[in-house]
Write a protein that binds this ligand. Sequence first.
Ligand SMILES: [Zn+2]
Length: 384
Amino acid sequence: MPTGPGDVLQLIRRGEATTRGEVLDATGLSRMTVAQRIDALLACGLVTEGPVGEATGGRRPRSLRFNAEHAVSLVATMDTTHARVAITDLSGRILDHDEVEVSVEAGPDQTLDTIVSGIQGLLARAEVPLARVCGTGISVPGPIDPGTGRPSQPPIMPGWDAYPITDHLQGALPGVPVLVANDADAAAFGEYTDGFPTSRALCLVKVSTGIGTGIVIDGTAYRGTDGGAGDIGHVRLREESDAMCQCGARGCLAAVASGRAVAARLTELGHPARSGRDVGALLAQGNPEAARLTQEAGRLIGEVMATVVCVLNPEVVVVGGALASAPLLAGMRETLYRLSLPRATRHLSLQLGRLGEDAPVVGLTRMVVDQEFSAEAVNARLSR
Ligand SMILES: [Zn+2]
């Protein structure tokens, strides 16, 4: 086992070792080496040491914690009509945030410029110098190629295919590493980090203007060969359907059950709505038509999720996005359990997300921290 200071930091970050004695046991290093490693982590402020409750014998062991105030992370979560920008500490706690209007259909240049101004405004307001920022995470409503970090034929983001989002943001935030993720992946990772850190398989369904899932397996967001894993919105649900999807095909799940589809039906019924967010607002007002159509959408989503559940056998399916609500959950419950094998759902918990729109913020922060404070990254930094 590699046992540099970065490796010791991982044990502390994961809560696997919280005292010097536990680091000793977990690593098998000598007492002196452990002291050196921890001193190095304390000296650069990555770890703090404080008293713990219980004294064992004469000396009170002191508890080691990853220092969430060591730096800050910048986060932008982008949806089709708006984006949230936030400054977080390294635990994902939001220190300040703001919202900007964007139109994903206006293309990457204009959208990312708006997000950058939002971030810069936030940095100025919070008086945070760029040197304190360890990284930026941005989530987008489309698949991201794991190899290039660029959008990979995103169905609802015209003009974004293979666009270098990282380069664009780094041009405005020099020296700050940028990480790009799919929105459902980021939200799934946030819910996993916050509520289900021991779950071996978690799946989040995001139902907003579009529909997608994020999958976390053994603590890692699973993205698939081309970043397309979990993109269930364009599963062909009905062979013969005249419902035209934004991706150009007919009969996709998103064409009949997404926030966009529900918004269109509501508009026809005299309740003007344009996006998943507008549907969410009508649901929050208790609009009965919105509730009925959302429950109907939930039934269709449950049909596709039954297959997902049979493939992954997850412990938790979390429902997130603007349409996440009791009617959506009720609709999903009706079809998902009926169409799945009992073995696949015996231990399944189907529930609404606990973090709401903070889920991708927490998830992106964790992704940035995992990357920038990995064992290798910290060992390399401290050996300089
Ligand atoms: Zn489609």
